[in-house]
Ligand binder design. Structure first.
Ligand SMILES: [Fe+2]
Length: 165
């Protein structure tokens, strides 16, 4: 059913729905990807990220609740496409290092998607004077940025290993 899209508040709700489903799909994808990595650093990173995402989901639920809304359960096709790209990688005959380097790249693409979405939602919340939402969204945005930096650090090592094939 088409949503009412008449003002920034409506767009904000739509964005929250996008992010909510992105987090859910991301959680499933990370559970799958974490089983395919061998480096303890990366495995541990995935574990932390999974736990963090569960908290991020509950922050979004708080925002919905505070606005008297409920997630509409619509599929986020953007993140779905990124996850399909990572599936493509998993089905190749890749060496462990190459696979890990590729998995990090997929993970970072998802991270950047989330950073863009959370950044937009935070900005909307600021304009709408929804202070609680600003605070919750910013908290998650900071976590996503930190995760992205951590992934870059791991990638710097694994990419070099992948060069050796
Ligand atoms: Fe997230």
């Amino acid at each position: 059913m088409p949503m009412q899209m008449q003002d920034l508040q409506d767009l904000f709700v739509m964005k929250l729905n996008d992010i909510y489903d992105a987090e859910q799909q991301g959680l499933q994808a990370m559970q799958q990807l974490s089983q395919r990595v061998q480096s303890p650093e990366l495995k541990q990173g995935f574990q932390q990220h999974i736990e963090q995402s569960q908290q991020q989901v509950s922050r979004l639920e708080q925002i919905f609740q505070q606005m008297g809304q409920q997630p509409n359960g619509e599929k986020n096709l953007g993140i779905q496409g990124l996850i399909q790209e990572s599936q493509k990688l998993l089905s190749q005959d890749a060496s462990p290092e190459v696979l890990e380097a590729g998995i990090i790249a997929c993970q970072q693409a998802m991270e950047h998607y989330e950073m863009a979405a959370y950044g937009t939602a935070r900005t909307y919340a600021q304009l709408l004077n929804n202070d609680q939402a600003v605070q919750l969204l910013e908290q998650t945005l900071d976590e996503e940025k930190q995760n992205d930096e951590k992934l870059t650090q791991v990638a710097e090592k694994i990419n070099v290993q992948a060069m050796q094939g």
